[in-house]
Design a protein around this ligand. Sequence first.
Ligand SMILES: C[S@@+](CC[C@H](N)C(=O)[O-])C[C@H]1O[C@@H](n2cnc3c(N)ncnc32)[C@H](O)[C@@H]1O
Length: 243
Amino acid sequence: MKNYNPADSFDQVTAAQDVHFRRGDEEAAVRFLKQLANEGPALELAIGTGRIALPLAATGIAVDGIDISPHMIEQLRKRPGGEDISVMMGSFVDTVMSRKYSLVYLVFNSLFNVLSQEEQIRCFENAAAHLSDDGVFVVEAYTPAFLYRLQDNQYVQAEAIEVNAVRLDVLRHDAVGQSIAENHVTFAADGIRFNPVVQRYAWPAELDLMARIAGLHLRERWGSWSGEPFNSASDNCISVYAR
Ligand SMILES: C[S@@+](CC[C@H](N)C(=O)[O-])C[C@H]1O[C@@H](n2cnc3c(N)ncnc32)[C@H](O)[C@@H]1O
């Protein structure tokens, strides 16, 4: 997407809306992560407004975070418990925290927000550098199979239809570049708003190779936070890496 700036994906308006967003599997995700964290501490890469970090911290695990968007961090800080989470603003590719973690995690496809294989490998290396000896790195990301089933490698979907506004999700897939260009477009009485997203996706096998480069190995893989097996019908992929 010409002139795309990743900062546009997580601007002030998006961050304010994100506070209200729930996917529905948060409880299962927190249970899964808490069990792996042992006593903690835990580090969330791309912590956002705390959808997972806040309930995980509420279980008694110390949670730190890294995020590139000042707007997402600002919203996190305003939420109950948000001030107790230590957050560094920067990219998860190279931001360094001052301690080691029994759990580092990166969820909701956020790995794909960095747009080159090189940067994604550096993310794995940075995560590995923050792990205690027996720590684990958890990565949650979609499996790209659905993109290959799209007619003409694209879709337009109605995301919301209201009396005075509609929101469309417009997406195009580039199989050679392993990327998607997407825009959530809102047409409302007070104007048109764009929320562009570009992602560089990776298949699970490539994630495993990135992990190997970073000195980690796949320990477990699941199709959901509630422990469904990972198979060729899985839309979601939860990988647990360790040394
Ligand atoms: C889809 S949100 C997910 C937030 C949170 N992890 C959750 O599950 O609700 C993606 C987040 O990734 C952050 N992000 C994108 N690229 C990043 C990067 N290179 N380094 C750190 N954070 C990044 C964005 O600012 C945003 O907060």
